[in-house]
Ligand binder design. Structure first.
Ligand SMILES: C[S@@+](CC[C@H](N)C(=O)[O-])C[C@H]1O[C@@H](n2cnc3c(N)ncnc32)[C@H](O)[C@@H]1O
Length: 232
């Protein structure tokens, strides 16, 4: 059975036509993109690398990584998000190969083909995130980089990521996030380590609603990113 929740895919499909509008529901992804792109590039050196972006959506990060000189494949299971991603290439002139395939299926088809795998803001939308983590280790070359980002599971994360972002600030549509699917960094680290992806670094991402600024730092209590390396 495919590791996907149709209602989650439908949520993103419904909004997909607004993916590249930086004032839309996707504004947070536009605003965090430079931060995560520089962090990934600083650790993995994207130029010339073969990169897989899992759950690429409309392609905000995929295009950013292509702009750094990476050869990027973006995969997602939302037809509409992929259609928007492909259409945007005409406007931006970027080159990204977008495909509708699950991480698990691609892992069986193209094991060890990628220097870098990114899986950002996606694990909290799938029924079995551990299965995606296992697919990531299969997809990346020995010694290659895998990056994750997701939302921590604790009362503060519920307050900020659900109540704050969806109900108070209305940055995201209500129902975007399901608290039960949030993932503690310790759980993600344990899953990654158990499949041969020892974590190298974890960094927090914070937001100040008054200044409307995001930054990376030591506070992993709400949003965080994790860098792992496949054992050689
Ligand atoms: C919050 S968006 C993140 C998009 C992109 N990774 C980013 O950070 O800019 C989540 C994406 O995950 C995709 N998604 C959800 N379940 C998936 C699955 N099982 N396989 C692949 N993509 C999935 C959705 O269609 C959506 O495009």
């Amino acid at each position: 059975m495919i590791n996907a929740d149709p209602s989650e895919l439908d949520k993103f499909s419904q909004l997909a036509h607004r993916w590249w509008d930086p004032t839309s529901e996707f504004r947070p992804l536009h605003e965090i993109n430079p931060l995560r792109l520089e962090w990934i590039d600083g650790l993995a050196g994207l130029a010339g690398k073969r990169v897989l972006d899992i759950g690429c959506g409309g392609g905000i990060l995929s295009e950013g990584m292509a702009g750094k000189g990476a050869r990027v494949t973006g995969i997602d299971l939302s037809d509409k998000a992929l259609a928007v991603a492909r259409l945007h290439l005409l406007e931006s002139g970027a080159a990204v190969d977008y495909r509708k395939v699950s991480a698990e299926e691609l892992a069986a088809e193209a094991p060890g083909e990628f220097d870098v795998v990114t899986c950002m803001e996606m694990l909290e939308h799938v029924p079995n995130p551990g299965s995606v983590v296992a697919a990531c280790v299969a997809l990346v070359k020995p010694g290659g980089h895998v990056f994750f980002s997701t939302i921590n599971r604790n009362p503060k994360a519920y307050l900020f990521a659900v109540i704050g972002a969806e109900y108070v600030l209305k940055m995201l549509p209500k129902g975007t996030h399901d608290y039960a699917k949030f993932i503690k960094p310790s759980d993600l680290a344990r899953w990654a380590k158990s499949v041969g992806l020892p974590p190298q670094a974890v960094i927090g991402m914070s937001y100040n609603p008054l200044s409307k600024q995001y930054w990376l730092g030591s506070d992993t209590s709400v949003n965080y990113l994790m860098h792992t390396l496949r054992e050689s």
